[in-house]
Write a protein that binds this ligand. Structure first.
Ligand SMILES: [Zn+2]
Length: 216
C-alpha cells in the first residue's frame, strides 16, 4: 500500500490530545492502523502530551468512552502484525467493532444514482456524523460544502477530486471552506468512511432531493 494523502498535522495533534469528536477520531484511528508514518507521529505527540500531563493533578475517569475503547483497540493493534497483511479482511482492526470485519458483508442502503451508504452508530449525540459510503464506478458525488471539518478514509477503490487522487489508506482532510465533487474510479468505484462534524450540505438538485430522505 502506498499512502500519499495524510491527515493534517493539526488533526493528528487534536487526535493525540483526545479533542476530536468520536466520528473524526474513528477515521484517524483507521488511517494510522494503515500508515506507519502517522502512527509514529501520533505516538510522539502522545508521549509529549503524556509528559505534560504528569505535571498535572489526575482526574478520575467517569466512564469508558468509545474513544477510549477505540484507542485501546488501536494500541492492541500495534502489538500485532500490520492488519493489512491479514488475509480476508479489508477493514482496519480498530474499525471492525464499528464497521464489521469485511466490506463484502455490509448491508448497504441505496441512496440512488449509484450511491449507497450505511450510517454508523456513535456512542452519543454530538460526536459528529460517521458513515460508510459506496460510490459506483465513474459516479460523481453531488457538490457539497461542509458544516465543519470532514475526514474521509478510502477503504476500497479510489476517487479523484480537485485536491488529488485518493486510494486505499489515504485520508482527505477538509475544512469547512472546502467544496469538492469527488468522482469514483471508473473501474473500481470507491468505498470510504466519512466523518464530519456536522452533516454535509449538498448543492445540486440530486443532493437537495436525496438529503432529506437519507439523512446524509
Ligand atoms: Zn498517514
Amino acid at each position: 500500500m502506498n499512502i500519499t494523502q495524510h491527515p493534517d498535522s493539526s488533526t493528528l495533534m487534536s487526535y493525540a490530545a483526545g479533542s476530536l469528536t468520536e466520528a473524526l477520531s474513528a477515521v484517524v484511528c483507521g488511517h494510522i492502523a494503515m500508515c506507519p508514518a502517522c502512527a509514529r507521529e501520533v505516538r510522539t505527540l502522545e508521549a509529549v502530551g503524556g509528559a505534560l500531563m504528569e505535571r498535572l493533578d489526575p482526574v478520575p475517569v467517569q466512564q469508558q468512552s468509545p474513544l477510549v475503547i477505540l484507542r485501546a483497540a488501536e494500541a492492541d493493534n500495534f502489538d500485532r502484525a500490520m492488519p493489512d497483511t491479514v488475509a480476508d479482511t479489508d477493514v482496519p482492526v480498530p474499525l471492525q467493532r464499528l464497521v464489521g470485519a469485511r466490506l463484502d458483508d455490509i448491508r448497504w442502503r441505496r441512496l440512488g444514482m449509484g450511491v449507497w451508504h450505511v450510517p454508523l452508530r456513535l456512542s452519543r449525540a454530538g460526536e459528529g456524523d460517521l458513515r460508510l459510503l459506496r460510490v459506483a464506478p465513474g459516479q460523481a458525488m453531488p457538490d457539497h460544502g461542509h458544516g465543519g471539518a470532514e475526514l474521509t478514509l478510502i477503504l476500497r477503490g479510489s476517487y479523484r477530486d480537485v485536491f488529488g487522487d485518493y486510494h486505499r489508506g489515504d485520508v482527505a482532510d477538509l475544512d469547512s471552506e472546502a467544496e469538492h465533487r469527488p468522482i469514483a474510479d471508473p473501474e473500481t468505484g470507491c468505498i470510504c468512511l466519512i466523518a464530519s462534524e456536522q452533516r454535509a450540505r449538498f448543492k445540486s438538485l440530486f443532493g437537495r432531493i436525496v438529503q432529506p430522505l437519507s439523512g446524509l
